[in-house]
Write a protein that binds this ligand. Structure first.
Ligand code: ZN
Length: 79
């Protein structure tokens, strides 16, 4: 059995080696690394991810239009 700690963020127990003391008021509390990383990622990469998502959506829309055109072309030839 490995040691576990209570994660105040998830309100669940995680393995102790994936836990970090997270400074909160009034006292530091244990929080798991993945939740800390997820939160910091979502803060620092929100803008960048938003831009990526926008360009990705634009690209995939173009791709879908191209595919539709190709399909139409192929099907209009009647196989
Ligand atoms: Zn957690």
């Amino acid at each position: 059995m490995s040691e576990t700690r209570f994660c105040y963020w998830c309100r669940a127990f995680h393995p102790a080696d994936s836990m970090r003391l997270y400074s909160t008021k009034p006292a530091p509390r244990w929080r798991c690394l993945s939740s800390i990383e997820a939160a910091s990622r979502s803060e620092s990469e929100r803008d960048r991810f938003g831009q990526l998502q926008t360009s990705y959506n634009r690209q995939s829309a173009r791709q879908q239009a191209m595919n539709a055109n190709l399909l139409r072309l192929v099907s209009s030839r009647g196989g």
